[in-house]
Design a protein around this ligand. Sequence first.
Ligand SMILES: [Zn+2]
Length: 124
Amino acid sequence: MFFMMGIMDGRKDFDYNQQIICSDCGRYGRYQVFMTYMVLSIFFIPCLKWNKKYYVQTSCCNTRYELDPEIGKRIARGEAVEILPEHLTRINTNSWERCSKRCQHCGFETFEDFEFCPKCGNRF
Ligand SMILES: [Zn+2]
């Protein structure tokens, strides 16, 4: 029998808006919530998702945090929850930096291979 399956990683952005004053850059911003996961597809139909992780990114300076999975699940269900600082773990590891560059000067983050920060001109 002809049988097709594949494993991919996916990302889902949630329709979540929370106004914040950023503790990092002091500007007004929003929390943007998204989830990453691995998915097994059979005949291009996603059948199984696992390794779900929830993240928060600020719209002002793109600081990333890992979100408490319990809060992430509630946001995924569409509940109106407020994200508090204790739900967030700042990502300081190299896991993101391996595939992205972050400006030391203004915190701008890009996945492109820029030599200079397109926002403030600082050399990466
Ligand atoms: Zn900020």
